[in-house]
Design a protein around this ligand. Structure first.
Ligand code: PMP
Length: 428
């Protein structure tokens, strides 16, 4: 186990990491609740739920027990021509909590594949109807994943730059942040025409794009406009799903329900990789035919893996407990209270919140050059003090597991305030 980080560095290529300049990775040996423990005896409060996946804390005993039991009976089986209890039960229980218009469940492996499947369903829906539509509308700075289709419908950025020639074109709408609603609506009236195949959004919160938040009322209006032109609506709830915005799904704040939904991350409580794409009956029906060419030709080796489905069932048991639901409200309230303290810092702007997601921008404009690398400064400052946060550029955010205690939240707040004080203290 010695020098795990060195052994890693010799042979492993990490995600979203410039390997030349990255410090050695932190070797984690154990996780419990909201805390990660490293090989050197340090503890880290996981305030980003390990890339937004963890809902109930690390190594949760209920999820671990259920997976261990499942492992004794069926670890995996091909999902074409076969089925199993965890997949069926999970589909039934998901449909019971999703918006009531959702009627079919398609399994895949992660958030990006959930989006790929939604896009393929949308394009092929129109194809199968014999009325092909090719236009997709997405929000500027959207992020829907790292595979090619998911990149295509994401905003163009440093992430996508080398691949732009290979990405299909998308028409972008600005994000209807507060104050911009009317302008976006006017723009949308021009963009939505009757050749739009689908409108894809991260409802209420654009995650990787910088935790950009907007209100349900304007999204409802945009959905109405899309619908008038027959466009399908895809809600990418990979990040917002399973309670993050205070309700089970961000779509629950909307009157207009999406036609397709993408789920992953919190689906298994952050235990195993699993993706789900759901759709309404009319989309499913467009694939039913004696003509084999109308089949949805998509599937992954590990489709509906029984262990992952079991993890999702166990996570749902926990999510629906009164205790978890009140923890979601408790964390939301804690964020609201913390916001009133953040207002006092000159280096803080654009404080925003939806449920258990709290974000704000660090004002870097007038800072000395020392703070030009504010993202790394903030990351290292907080990590040194045992708080794991991963600022998106100058955007700091908290997305804790729901089991995070008030004392743990208070500790994280204290370290964030220490960071802000340091930033605001002039360098001699
Ligand atoms: N959609 C959204 C909204 C996401 O936030 C992400 C991941 N951050 C994805 C899709 C892609 O999910 P994955 O990383 O599991 O492929």
């Amino acid at each position: 186990m010695n020098n795990l980080a060195e052994r890693d560095k010799a042979i492993i290529w990490h995600p979203f990491t410039q390997m030349q300049t990255a410090p050695l990775p932190v070797p984690i040996i154990r996780g419990s609740g909201s805390v990660l423990y490293d090989a050197n005896g340090h503890e880290y409060l996981d305030m980003i739920s390990s890339w937004w996946v963890n809902l109930h804390g690390h190594s949760h005993p209920h999820i671990a027990k259920r997976i261990a039991e499942q492992l004794q009976t069926l670890e995996h089986v091909i999902f074409a021509g076969f089925t199993h209890q965890p997949a069926v039960e999970l589909a039934e229980r998901l449909l019971a909590i999703l918006p009531s218009n959702q009627s079919k469940i398609f399994y895949s492996d992660n958030g990006s594949t959930a989006v790929e499947v939604a896009l393929k369903m949308a394009f092929q829906y129109w194809h199968n109807l014999g009325k092909p539509r090719q236009k997709i509308i997405a929000f500027e700075n959207a992020y829907h994943g790292d595979t090619f289709g998911a990149m295509a419908v994401s905003g163009r950025s440093a992430f996508t730059a080398p691949f732009v020639p290979f990405l299909f074109d998308v028409d972008y709408l600005p994000v209807p942040i507060p104050g911009q609603e009317d302008a976006v609506l006017a723009h949308a009236e021009v963009l939505f025409t009757d050749d739009v195949a689908a409108f894809i959004v991260e409802p209420l919160v654009q995650g990787s794009g910088g935790m950009v938040m907007y209100q349900p009322e304007i999204l409802d209006k945009l959905f109405q406009l899309a619908r008038q032109k027959g466009s399908l609506i895809i809600a990418d709830e990979v990040m917002t799903g399973f309670g993050r915005t205070g309700r089970l799904f961000a779509s629950n704040y909307l009157e207009e329900k999406p036609d397709l939904m993408c789920l992953s991350k919190g689906l298994t409580g952050g235990t195993m990789a699993l993706g789900v794409t759901t759709c309404v009956q009319t989309i499913y029906d467009a694939f039913l035919s004696d003509d084999k060419f109308k089949t949805l030709f998509h599937g992954h080796s590990f489709t509906a893996n029984p262990l992952a489905c079991t993890a999702a069932l166990a996570s749902m048991d926990l999510l629906l407990l009164d205790e978890t639901q009140s923890n979601i409200q408790r964390i939301s309230q804690s964020h609201t209270n913390f916001s009133t303290r953040l207002i006092d810092y000159q280096s803080v702007e654009n404080i925003r919140q939806h449920g258990t997601l709290l974000a704000f921008d660090l004002k870097v404009g007038e800072q000395t050059s020392y703070f030009n690398t504010i993202r790394d400064t903030a990351y290292n400052f907080l990590l040194d003090r045992g708080v794991l946060m991963r600022p998106l550029g100058n955007v700091l955010y908290l997305m804790p597991p729901y089991c995070t205690t008030d004392a743990q939240l208070a500790y994280a707040h204290k370290q964030i305030e220490a960071l802000l004080t340091t930033i605001e203290t002039p360098i001699a």
